[in-house]
Design a protein around this ligand. Structure first.
Ligand code: ADP
Ligand code: ADP
Length: 231
């Protein structure tokens, strides 16, 4: 992932607010990167731009060698579907679908054969320990189970890049540990690249590198095993 001069300005004439600015960033395959900083610093805005969900006001973003904001809508949708996984704090589970149907959705949308879907659902359900709630609806399960369901859905396509916004924000410490352990497993075993916004120093301790954001800009970063480095 290669970002150059990213900037995001909200509002229009006279009432503008620069939420993100001067972002120069390279993230290599297999990194587990945390994004920290005070509330309102621009973390979510930056993550949304890097995850291709939002467009920058200026600057360029390449992911897997593709210049994202030059892709046609359909190309971008296919790229997201095939390569990217999203984990958000509000789980975005569909209430009219069961846990199993929610988890299957990305594969169903990609026209994967139902036998393959069955076996992948089994696989991720086992990872997250949610085998017994597959036929429940989201409103029937706990917050931690909803988070695990959402995470299972995010990784069922085996994304090469995973974006997570405060994924442990609403979890108790045991569920948070399980989630972080799963992300670490995907990072180490599957070489998934992970970007995670977090307030939580414990969550950040799982990252190989943490970016600190203030007033919309990266002001420092720390790599595991390295001393604090000013940019
Ligand atoms: P963080 O995730 O670090 O809390 P955000 O990226 O959510 O910060 O927000 C950064 C700043 O941009 C905040 O001041 C916020 O109010 C503003 N902002 C975020 N989204 C919008 C929007 N859609 N329209 C206008 N301002 C926004
Ligand atoms: P489509 O063209 O099929 O509607 P989108 O471009 O809207 O596809 O989204 C592609 C994928 O990106 C979706 O599967 C979805 O999981 C994810 N995505 C896009 N926007 C958001 C969002 N705001 N919140 C969570 N996930 C999103």
């Amino acid at each position: 992932l290669h970002a150059k001069g990213l900037r995001k300005v909200y509002g229009s004439k006279g009432h503008t607010y620069t939420a993100v600015q001067d972002i120069e960033l390279d993230i290599h395959k297999g990194e587990f990167v945390g994004i920290m900083g005070p509330s309102g610093a621009g973390k979510s805005t930056l993550l949304n731009i890097l995850s291709t969900i939002d467009s920058p006001t200026s600057g360029t973003l390449h992911v897997n060698g593709k210049r994202i904001h030059q892709l046609k809508d359909e190309e971008l949708s296919n790229f997201r579907r095939d390569k990217l996984g999203f984990i958000f704090q509000d789980f975005n589970l569909l209430d009219t679908l069961t846990v199993k149907e929610n988890i299957s959705l990305p594969l169903a949308l990609a026209n994967v054969a139902s036998r393959e879907i069955e076996s992948r659902v089994k696989e991720v359900a086992a990872i997250f320990g949610i085998e017994r709630i597959l036929n429940n609806y989201p409103y029937e399960i706990s917050g931690g189970q909803q988070q695990r369901t959402a995470t299972a859905r995010a990784i069922i396509t085996k994304p090469s890049l995973i974006f997570a916004d405060e994924p442990t924000g609403s979890l108790d410490s045991k569920s948070a540990f399980n989630l972080l352990q799963t992300l670490t497993h995907l990072n180490v075993q599957e070489q998934a690249t992970i970007l995670m916004v977090t307030h939580d120093a414990y969550a950040a301790s799982f990252c190989s590198r943490v970016l600190f954001i203030k007033d919309g800009a990266i002001y420092t970063e720390i790599r595991k095993g390295e001393k604090n480095r000013k940019i």
